[in-house]
Design a protein around this ligand. Structure first.
Ligand SMILES: Nc1nc2c(c(=O)[nH]1)N[C@H]1C(S)=C(S)[C@@H](COP(=O)(O)OP(=O)(O)OC[C@H]3O[C@@H](n4cnc5c(=O)[nH]c(N)nc54)[C@H](O)[C@@H]3O)O[C@H]1N2
Ligand SMILES: Nc1nc2c(c(=O)[nH]1)N[C@H]1C(S)=C(S)[C@@H](COP(=O)(O)OP(=O)(O)OC[C@H]3O[C@@H](n4cnc5c(=O)[nH]c(N)nc54)[C@H](O)[C@@H]3O)O[C@H]1N2
Ligand code: SF4
Ligand SMILES: [Mo]
Length: 718
């Protein structure tokens, strides 16, 4: 076992009588925080932050602290089950792993033979560090269809950064940015992907200026030097407005522009189409504030842009991402200390190679659902969810017969939830791997019990762009639960992929580490490994793009038949684009701002977390509430052209009176199976997934900006 250095842990053990302590890395969210897991009588007794971990420096969030409540939850599924009644009947029977995996394998091979491998869709939701194994099994099977959240979350950042500057630029908090622009992100709660709230707070404490772009007054916004309260969904126009100021006032890094960018002249022309008076009209942000923010960001060095998912769940997804990268690049902050760095991972088999993308036959890749419409997404092996529901419900362009969801709860997390539910009810065969019998799992034929992060060995942060890898060490075994990696390794053998997999998944871990000449048994004795950190690498080697330049004008998008320059598009359901609908649905609805205790649909059964958030809440400005006859805490109905749900009113003056903000992911594990109230407060009953509302390049579904009406539940039916 790893020998910890930190004397405090020894003292804790002595005083509280723990038997041992294991260093590991949490993964109650996207993961990464170093933890000390204290064990007593073979059980996890306490979890504390690891002060030696460079990611979190000893801090933890509420979810990490509550991990043991997940591990030992009495409702957890601890053995495989098969459904014995009709779909959604809630009748299950225990089966062995052999029966479960043999049945799944039999179905996969059967559908492949009858309908082609593309009729089998594998799916996951957000990053759970299982993506590489899921892509591997799908690619080796010949299925181009892996359904992820990648169309509207993180995938667009990866795809657009690869075509713009080679890789995802990550903030260098180690070197203290002096100005941070937080855009559609609330890091202090969400700790997403490569980032944790702690280094951000430390940078602010060290005096960094802060600009926040958010329609709601978040905690960071309350601390900001400048808060730009924009109209939801108008980020592209706002960014173009800031770039307009930077170009016209000559605030850009001239040496960078001259030597390292591609398409400057065309870009300047585009920027001139967005004068500030026009941008103010589109965004609701006063011109002076846009100008002040652009100046502050461009003149303070180093500066960094802390971007979030809100800009991606819109029709302008890919262009938003590119515009924010332009702000980083043109101000000279790309690959600069304290700016935004193109980090190198250690020399390992990376996610893409492990995922065996190169082994998917070309003719199969060409069948990727939606690949012809959403070409940038298709190029990066990402699909739009509606293409899957259509292939099930209408069998177009071909039938999808089997779904295998490994860590996803799509009836809650995908837009147009009623359509999702219908597709899941209709699909011929569905397997799910999860910790619980969720509303999605309740529609499956077979459910497999997944292991939590405390029940597996793994190479944490293997997929991230900050350049660290961290050992995650198995602490306990619960029932017959298995990690996704172990179960897919086993399944792969049963569908004839044995030669590409290993006896146990430890072989997979060795494979990932192999280029470094070490094995899992060596790595598990280490703290972490970080790739080489070097700045301004582009000065020696250019950027890893087709032109070797930072592409303001995207040659890749041009080749794919898209506008190579970014633009602002109006969302299809807005006061501007749909004035008649706006009369009937007179508020802009935004959804999904993260809550500290939940991770999307997760943790509603954990006592500590549910105590933090007992009921679903919708934020309403007090003036709006008064107008609609709504009081604090009332149950209200939120309604869109797709349907209605109920949440509780939270009056909040930090939101524009024309906007309301509802929570996402709500179901009620305490309510009766099989539905667990999945459609009572599920905001995705209201969101739309129509193709023409999606980003044309990435296929991102617009779940952030739609129209709604809102009224007290007591007035329903009047
Ligand atoms: N309206 C609206 N909808 C949204 C969003 C929004 O802002 N607004 N946000 C979207 C975003 S950004 C994302 S990424 C998606 C997320 O969508 P999902 O990933 O589908 O959502 P989760 O609820 O996090 O995860 C689903 C399930 O995975 C299980 N699980 C967790 N870890 C593991 C594991 O290691 N193995 C296995 N087998 N199961 C595991 C959990 O128990 C849970 O039931 O939601 C999206 N949906
Ligand atoms: N506790 C917790 N942490 C999480 C998650 C969770 O469910 N719970 N989910 C994880 C996942 S998968 C993701 S993707 C990340 C996301 O994490 P973040 O990127 O931080 O995203 P959100 O909290 O969804 O939204 C951030 C802010 O965007 C604002 N916003 C809404 N609409 C707009 C808009 O049109 N423009 C702009 N500029 N801002 C807008 C919201 O008001 C909100 O304050 O969080 C991850 N971390
Ligand atoms: S931020 Fe994520 S990794 Fe860190 S303690 Fe919280 S849940 Fe765990
Ligand atoms: Mo996400």
């Amino acid at each position: 076992m790893y020998e910890f250095k930190y004397s405090n842990a020894e003292r804790e053990m002595e005083v509280y009588g723990y038997d041992s302590v294991v260093k590991s890395h949490c993964r109650m969210c996207h993961g990464g925080c170093g933890v000390l897991v204290y064990v007593k009588d073979g059980k996890v007794a306490k979890i504390a932050g690891d002060p030696d971990c460079p990611i979190n420096h000893g801090t933890l969030c509420s979810k990490g602290l509550a991990s043991a409540q997940l591990v030992y939850h009495p409702d957890r599924l601890t053995y495989p089950v098969k459904r014995v009644g009709p779909k959604g009947s809630g009748k299950w029977e225990r089966i062995s792993w052999d029966e479960a995996l043999d049945t799944i394998a039999g179905r996969i091979l059967d559908y492949k033979e009858k309908y082609g491998a593309e009729s089998v869709v594998f799916g996951y939701g957000t990053g759970r560090e299982n993506e590489a194994v899921i892509y591997r099994i799908a690619n080796l099977l010949g299925s181009p269809n892996v359904l992820t959240a990648g169309h509207f979350c993180y995938g667009p950042r990866i795809a657009t950064s690869i075509i713009t500057c080679g890789t995802n630029p990550i903030i260098d908090y180690d070197n203290f940015p002096k100005c941070i622009m937080m855009w559609g992100n609330n890091l202090a709660i969400s700790n997403p992907d490569e980032y944790k709230g702690e280094p951000f707070s430390v940078a602010l404490d060290a005096g960094a200026k802060l600009i926040v772009i958010d329609p709601r007054l978040t905690r960071p916004a309350a601390r900001a030097d400048l808060w730009l309260q924009l109209r939801p969904g108008t980020d592209a126009a706002l960014a173009l407005g800031m770039l307009n100021v930077i170009v016209n006032e000559g605030l850009y890094d001239k040496e960078f522009v001259e030597n390292y960018t591609f398409g400057w002249d065309q870009f300047v022309k585009r920027v001139h189409e967005y004068p500030l008076h026009k941008v103010e009209e589109i965004t609701w942000v006063p011109q002076e504030k846009i100008r002040a923010a652009a100046r502050l960001f461009a003149k303070t060095k180093p500066a960094a842009l802390q971007w979030g998912v809100a800009i991606e769940q819109q029709i302008n997804c890919a262009d938003n991402d590119r515009l924010l990268m332009f702000l980083m690049g043109l101000t000279g902050n790309i690959d600069a200390p304290g700016g935004q760095v193109l980090y190198k991972t250690p020399p390992i088999v990376n996610v893409s190679r492990f995922g065996a993308h190169a082994m998917l036959p070309k003719e199969q890749a060409a069948k990727r659902l939606g690949g012809e419409r959403f070409r940038l997404a298709g190029h990066f092996a990402i699909i739009n969810p509606k293409t899957v529901w259509d292939a099930i419900l209408e069998e177009k362009p071909y039938p999808v017969k089997m779904l295998f969801f490994i860590s996803s709860n799509p009836v809650l997390t995908r837009a147009n939830a009623r359509e999702v539910y219908k597709a899941l009810q209709k699909v011929d065969f569905m397997a799910v791997a999860d910790f619980f019998l969720t509303p999605t799992a309740e529609l499956a034929d077979i459910v497999l019990p997944a292991a939590t992060w405390l029940e597996m060995d793994y190479i944490g942060d293997f997929w991230k762009r900050h350049g660290y890898i961290l050992p995650r060490r198995k602490v306990v075994q619960i029932g017959e639960c298995r990690s996704d990696h172990e179960m897919l390794n086993d399944l792969a053998h049963r569908i004839g992929q044995g030669e590409h997999w290993w006896d146990t998944f430890e072989g997979g871990l060795d494979h990932i580490l192999q280029p470094m000449g070490i094995r899992w048994k060596d790595f598990k004795e280490m703290e972490y490994i970080r790739g080489e950190v070097r700045y301004r690498k582009y000065k020696e080697q250019g950027f890893s793009t087709p032109t070797r330049k930072f592409e303001l004008y995207s040659t890749t998008l041009e080749k794919m038949g898209y506008d190579p320059l970014p633009q602002h598009r109006e969302v299809p359901e807005s006061p501007v684009s749909a004035p008649e609908l706006y009369r009937e649905y007179p508020y802009i609805l935004i959804t999904g701002a993260r809550q500290p205790g939940f991770f999307h649909t997760e943790n509603r059964q954990l006592p500590w977390m549910r105590e933090l958030h007992r009921d679903p809440q919708v934020e309403i400005h007090p003036e709006t509430a008064a107008k609609e006859g709504i009081k604090e805490g009332d149950w209200v109905i939120i309604e869109s052209p797709r349907g209605k749900v109920r949440q509780r009113a939270k009056l909040f003056s930090g939101i524009d009176p024309r906007v309301v903000a509802a929570q996402h992911g709500w179901w009620f594990p305490e309510k009766e199976a099989p539905g667990h109230g999945w459609d009572e407060s599920n905001i995705n009953i209201l969101t739309d997934n129509a193709y023409d509302g999606c980003d044309p390049e990435m296929g991102a579904t617009n779940v952030r900006t739609l129209l709604c009406r809102i009224y007290p539940e007591a007035r329903e039916g009047e």
